[in-house]
Design a protein around this ligand. Structure first.
Ligand SMILES: C[S@@+](CC[C@H](N)C(=O)[O-])C[C@H]1O[C@@H](n2cnc3c(N)ncnc32)[C@H](O)[C@@H]1O
Length: 287
């Protein structure tokens, strides 16, 4: 099905004004990404920023259905021209950030527009979204930030409580036309079988993460002193096997899970951090 949005541009135009249009020209890269995704024949795959279909068509050979999302009408028409009789590709012209996602489990394989990487991840990795796995090309800097040993950003921490995110390898600009100014990297993302925090506690964990990482350099005992009593802190650092001076940004996601569950078990609600009203409405809008 081909859905146009109200802002669709002149299909006869041959050049494009949308940013981040670095198309994959390496067959090897396409092959590696699809291989990594381990797609099963019953699965639905989303290609976000499908362009002229470099990933879309090979994906359609493996998956039950490919949903190709692209904002640019010039590229949409190229995609439709190449589509022929293929019945398992749905092309949707829209802004990915404004469109609704499938309600049934899906996989993502995509070379996304780097300029909106964080909002795309925010949308895909929300606990209510049934994304199972993803293989996504992102800017190398972003890939390092999402997978770094120290977690300083509460948003990234939230994602990592639900998903394992792994930097598979870096990709040089000569794999794309035109070549981007930055190196890229393949990220492999997998929903955890056992999330480190249950999706029902997402809001409460977000509040703890935002509060606990307000200054990632703060030592643990100081950062958490308004939540836990001194004896509780003493027990917590034993449980975590860390020094009470450890900067909060050095805790890994498993340790954050322990901090959260200790809080749930031992800290009365009035001492727990609360999400500010404005940040709660922002996160609702992102959905
Ligand atoms: C890096 S290119 C990848 C194209 C193609 N998948 C490939 O690898 O050759 C990113 C694509 O995302 C599209 N795009 C940019 N912003 C978008 C948005 N908000 N929603 C959907 N597509 C978008 C661009 O037009 C572009 O085709």
């Amino acid at each position: 099905m081909f859905k146009k949005n109200k802002n669709h541009r002149d299909p006869l135009k041959t050049s494009s004004n949308f940013p981040s249009q670095n198309m994959i020209i390496s067959k090897r890269l396409i092959h590696d990404m699809i291989d990594l995704a381990r797609i099963h024949p019953h699965e639905t795959v989303l290609d976000i920023g499908a362009g002229a279909g470099a990933l879309t068509f090979p994906l359609a050979e493996k998956a039950a259905k490919v949903l190709a999302i692209e904002i640019d009408s010039v590229l949409i028409h190229k995609l439709l021209d190449k589509m022929g009789e293929r019945g398992n590709i749905e092309v949707k012209q829209c802004d990915f950030l404004e469109t609704s996602l499938p309600s049934k489990p899906f996989v993502v394989v995509a070379n996304i527009p780097y300029s909106i990487t964080t909002p795309i991840f925010g949308k895909l990795l929300h606990p209510a979204v049934p994304m199972q796995r993803a293989v996504i090309l992102v800017e190398k800097g972003a890939a390092k930030g999402f997978t770094s040993h120290s977690i300083r950003n509460p948003r990234i921490l939230n994602w990592r409580m639900q998903y394992e995110i792994r930097l598979v390898r870096t990709v040089s600009p000569d794999h794309f036309a035109p070549p981007p100014k930055v190196d890229s990297a393949i990220l492999s993302i997998r929903r955890r079988e056992q999330p480190l925090v249950s999706p029902q506690h997402h809001q409460m964990f977000s509040a703890l993460a935002t509060y606990g990482l307000r200054d990632p350099k703060l030592p643990l005992y100081a950062a958490l002193s308004e939540i836990f009593t001194p004896p509780q802190i003493a027990r917590l650092v034993k449980l975590l096997r860390v020094d009470r001076e450890l900067p909060m940004g050095q805790l890994n996601e498993e340790q954050w899970g322990t901090v959260f569950h200790t809080m749930l078990q031992h800290v009365p609600p009035y001492r727990r951090p609360q999400l500010r009203k404005d940040s709660r409405s922002k996160s609702k809008k992102r959905k």
